[in-house]
Ligand binder design. Sequence first.
Ligand code: PMP
Length: 394
Amino acid sequence: MLTNLKEQPKDKILGLMAQYREDPRATKVDLGVGVYKNAEGITPVMRAVKAAERKLVAEQETKAYTGLAGDPAYSSAMCDLLLADSADRARIAAAATPGGTGAVRQAFELVKQMSPNARVFVSDPTWPNHVSILGYLGIEVVKYRYFDGETRGVNFDGMMEDLAGATADDVILLHGCCHNPTGANLNLTQWQSVIDLILAKGCLPMIDIAYQGFGDGLEEDAAPTRLVASQVPELLIAASCSKNFGIYRERTGLLIAMGADAANTPVVQGNLNHLNRQNFSFPPDHGARVVTTILTDPELKADWMAELEETRLGMLELRQKLADELQRLSGSDRFGFLAQHRGMFSLLGTTPDLVEKMRVDNAIYMVGDSRMNIAGLNENTIPMLAQAIIDAGV
Ligand code: PMP
C-alpha cells in the first residue's frame, strides 16, 4: 500500500537550508528560515524561559494529562496578552494547540464545519502554509491583492477591492502584525476600513498572530487584533508563542474563537475540545506552562518583556542600517521601505532569477520569492548584502 504514495513537493525553505549548509564559502549569509537569530547567529533560549523551566523542574508534581483545551490558566494569560480588555471574555472559547500552525489548522477545520461552502480569503502573498493547509482540507482559497511591487508597501485599494467579493459564508484571513513574508502592514485607519467591510459583508475575520512584540512593541502589535475584537460579533484568532518566547520546538499555540453570544460559548468550547480530541487529544503542555509561568510572575514577565524589547530594537536597527547602506550605495531612497517594514521579514520584491544570482555570486541565501529574514544579518553582513543587491541590479 505504501507504494501508492506519491512524492510530496519538497519544502523550499528546508531545501535552501541544506544548500546553505553545504556551501563552503566563509562569507555566506543565511536569510532563509524564519527563526530569530542574534548577532552571533544563535537562536537563544530566553532568560525568563530558562528561569521558568528551572521553576517547573523544581515544583511540578505531576505530568498527568491536562484538559483537552490545555490548562485554562494558559488560555487566560494569553487572552490577557493578546486582547487585554478589548473583548468580553464570556464570549471567548480557547484551546491550546501544537504551535501557531496547530491553531491555524484547527481554525480551518472549524470553518469547514461551520460553513461548508466557505472560501478563505488570503493575502497575496501569505505564509505558504496557509494555502497548503487549506488545499489539504479542500477549502477554496481566494487571494486578495496585498503587496505593492512598486512601493513595497500594502496595495490597500487593491486589497479592499478584492475583499469586497467576500460573502457572509466566507472567512477573511489577516496577519495580526509583522506580515509574513512581506513585512508590510496596515495602519490602524486601514484596519478600521477592513473592519467596516467585514461588518458590511457579515463574513468571519480570522487573525493569525505569530510575531507579537517583534514589530512596534507588545501593545502596539496587539492593537489591530484588539480593534477587531472590540467591534466584530465573531472572530477566530490563531496565536503562536514560538517567536516571542523563542520556544519554537515546544509547539505552543492557542486558538481563540469569539462568538456573538456568551450563551453559546460552552458549545463553541466543546467543539474546540472535540477537534483537539480528534486530531491529537491533549495539546503539548510544557511550552504553554512556561508561558503561563512567565506571564503570571511579575519579575519573570518584566525580564521577558525586556529581552523581547532588546530583540525587537535589534531588528529595527538592522533594518535601518541596511536601508542607510543601500541609500548610500544607490544614491536613492528606493530602499527606504526596508526601514518601514516591521517584524522579522522583508520582501525585497525582486525576481527568483536575481535571488538565485545573489546566491550564486555572493552566497546570499534568501527565499525564492525574495523574502529576507532580517534577523539573519549583522554588522558585518549588512554591507555585503547591500552591495550584492546593488550589483544584482535589484
Ligand atoms: N503563522 C505565521 C504567519 C507564521 O509565520 C508562523 C511561523 N512561521 C506560524 C503561523 C506558526 O508558527 P509555529 O507553528 O511555529 O508556532
